[in-house]
Write a protein that binds this ligand. Structure first.
Ligand SMILES: O=P(O)(O)OC[C@H]1O[C@H](O)[C@H](O)[C@@H](O)[C@@H]1O
Length: 314
């Protein structure tokens, strides 16, 4: 008799559904028994899909390039160590727009899972990037010894992304960081963004002029590219529907005091070769948690951590 095939009490227990993680061809996928899932490319450690409540929550352009030849247009690209075009006469001056994190290949450091209560799982995926892993071009352009650990945690109710930056060298460096989240929405005209009222913002569509937000519920009706500054990270940014005031997303942050709101609208969308279809600007809004209005200085040996947590359809 083949005893190895005999069912046992332990065997029955072990067959209860568990989170699963698959790793193949530069792609990590995790899913929970309750149906939520997340997909992360090693290229850029870019989250490209997050499914919750039976629906995709992130926008990914149909023309997004996924072969590692350019940053992914959609999902959650990571911006580090500079946001936007680098300033002149700064340590980041020779880097491309938004730095190198989104266009470098990260390593998968591993997974862990926990069960808060019966059947309520969390699965965490960790990714790493360090100085020696960069291309020669990026290493030369930003010669600091750094370590990044990016953790993506999927639970039934939320997707949490946290980035830890460590200065592993002997000299201080300055950085900016941003989680460039492309949220998927059905119809941009029915979207309102709350909890920005009375905050100062820089409008990049109007010569980087400074304004104060007057609206309690921001509507996107044109090209929008604003950097809201000095928010209370623990106060959630709420993305809701205009028609019935239903909350779609709630975004809390730790140590990420700025929020960028971006929608390319008609002309800019047409002008991006990797954005498509042209009309897809109606189905996305970027609400990007970051620390970009000033520079973080990291002393030798020190670490810093920024966290974003997105809940969907509360
Ligand atoms: O085209 P990318 O380099 O991906 O940048 C896309 C967008 O990112 C951010 O939201 C910036 O505020 C925008 O100014 C920029 O256009």
């Amino acid at each position: 008799m083949d005893r190895s095939k005999k069912p046992s009490a332990i065997g029955v227990g072990a067959s209860l559904p568990q989170p699963s993680v698959s790793v193949q061809d530069g792609l990590i996928e995790a899913s929970l028994p309750s149906g939520e899932s997340v997909t992360v490319y090693l290229y850029g450690a870019t989250v490209t899909s997050w499914k919750a409540n039976g629906q995709e929550q992130l926008f990914l352009s149909q023309k997004a390039v996924l072969d590692g030849s350019k940053p992914v247009r959609g999902g959650i690209p990571l911006v580090f160590p500079v946001f936007g075009p680098p300033p002149q006469n700064h340590a980041t001056s020779s880097l491309p727009q938004h730095g190198f994190a989104r266009n470098s290949t990260w390593e998968f450091l591993g997974k862990s899972s926990s069960e808060a209560s019966k059947g309520d799982f969390a699965v965490k995926l960790d990714f790493g990037l360090s100085h020696t892993m960069l291309s020669e071009e990026f290493r030369k352009a930003w010669p600091y010894e750094f370590g990044l650990v990016y953790s993506v945690t999927l639970t039934k109710s939320a997707l949490k992304t946290s980035l830890q930056v460590t200065n592993e060298g002997k000299e201080n460096f300055e950085f900016q960081v941003l989680m460039h989240t492309y949220l998927s929405v059905e119809d941009i005209s029915n979207i309102r963004i709350k909890n920005l009222e009375s905050k100062t913002y820089v409008d990049k569509t109007r010569n980087a002029s400074t304004h104060t937000e007057s609206s309690p519920a921001l509507a996107i009706t044109d090209e929008t590219d604003r950097v809201y500054q000095d928010l209370d990270p623990t106060k959630p940014i709420i993305v809701s529907t205009a028609s019935d005031d239903q909350p779609l997303f709630s975004i809390t942050r730790e140590a990420l005091g700025d929020i960028v709101v971006w929608n390319p609208w008609v002309e800019k969308a047409k002008g991006m070769s990797d954005f498509g279809p042209d009309e897809a600007y109606k189905n996305m809004v970027c609400v990007e948690a970051g620390s970009v209005s000033t520079w973080q200085t990291l002393e030798a040996g020190d670490s810093w951590e920024g966290v974003q947590s997105i809940k969907s359809r509360l």
